[in-house]
Ligand binder design. Structure first.
Ligand code: SAM
Length: 273
């Protein structure tokens, strides 16, 4: 029998979000693998946990792998945490979890906060599906490819405050000014902000106050014309074929379907049907 690796979620801001099970497990293990000892020691001291912290991050995870596996095979129990949230979600741990899976060593998840589920639990959404892509690529062409690839599914991604405006601008360029977004900023913290808006609205929002803090973004799938829009377009076309003028059609359709008269007129005159 070997020991167990506990993959433990820790708070993404508000330290009160730590779970009872996380505290018990962190207290009971032989040592804790953490991303940055300075960050995790604050958490441990707040809850008076004395277990030893060992730095484990993307620069040493391959190097330490052998020792960690050895310790587990020698019956030690080990915790894996990251600076914030759930290990392996855009955070270190995947190399270790994969290796343990291959060796049939048990990995037990001790679940809790994660920026993805935190945002999704408070964002408007009319379906269950979403794609999570981690940190969005920095390059505009790669972003364009990603927006095209995921145009049919709501997409969640992480982005830094320095690049968020550029990424919003790219969304506007590739998906249009009316693309819908729910932005989660500083979730669970004092300045938490959750904003459902068009991409244009968000760009305007941030032109007044520069973006600060941590961001997770839900970009809704690209809008297609609804069944109702298609039927109205058909009616407009029919009236046009019967010889009604653009002005008359816009009055008729706007009155019957409670729509904007100018938008219909524009559609007709700019041949957008
Ligand atoms: N493993 C973490 C999780 O479970 O969410 C994510 C780690 S990733 C290195 C860090 C990124 O997650 C941040 O740059 C930000 O995009 C997002 N994030 C983390 N905490 C957040 C918070 N409180 N509010 C909004 N986004 C957050």
């Amino acid at each position: 029998m070997s020991g167990i690796l506990y993959a433990i979620s820790t708070p993404i801001g508000n330290l009160d979000d730590i779970t009872q099970r996380a505290l018990k497990t962190l207290n009971s293990v032989d040592y804790i693998l953490c991303e940055d000892t300075r960050v995790s020691s604050k958490l441990l001291s707040k809850f008076d946990i004395k277990s030893k912290l060992i730095p484990y991050h993307k620069f040493n995870e391959k190097e330490l792998l052998h020792n960690v596996i050895n310790d587990l095979e020698n019956n030690l129990n080990i915790a894996l945490i990251s600076d914030a949230g759930t290990p392996c979600i855009s955070d270190p741990g995947r190399v270790l979890v994969n290796a343990l899976f291959d060796k049939s060593i048990k990995v037990v998840p001790v679940c809790g906060p994660c920026a993805i589920s935190t945002l999704l639990s408070a964002a408007p959404k009319n379906n269950e599906e979403f794609a999570f892509v981690g940190f969005i690529p920095r390059n505009s062409n790669e972003q364009k490819e990603l927006f095209e690839k995921y145009s049919n599914i709501d997409t969640v991604f992480y982005e830094s405050p320095n690049r968020i405006l550029k990424t919003l601008q790219n969304i506007k360029n590739f998906r249009g000014a009316n693309a819908k977004i729910t932005m989660g900023r500083e979730l669970t913290k004092i300045y938490e902000e959750i904003k459902y808006s068009t991409v244009n609205g968000l760009i305007e929002h941030f032109s007044e106050r520069p973006p600060k803090g941590e961001f997770v973004i839900l970009l809704y799938k690209a809008e297609t014309n609804s069944e109702e829009d298609i039927n109205i377009d058909k009616k407009i076309k029919l009236l046009s074929q019967k010889g009604f003028s653009a002005k008359d059609i816009s009055i008729i359709i706007s009155t019957l379907f409670n729509m904007n008269k100018n938008a219909i007129y524009k559609k007709l005159t700019e041949n957008k049907l």
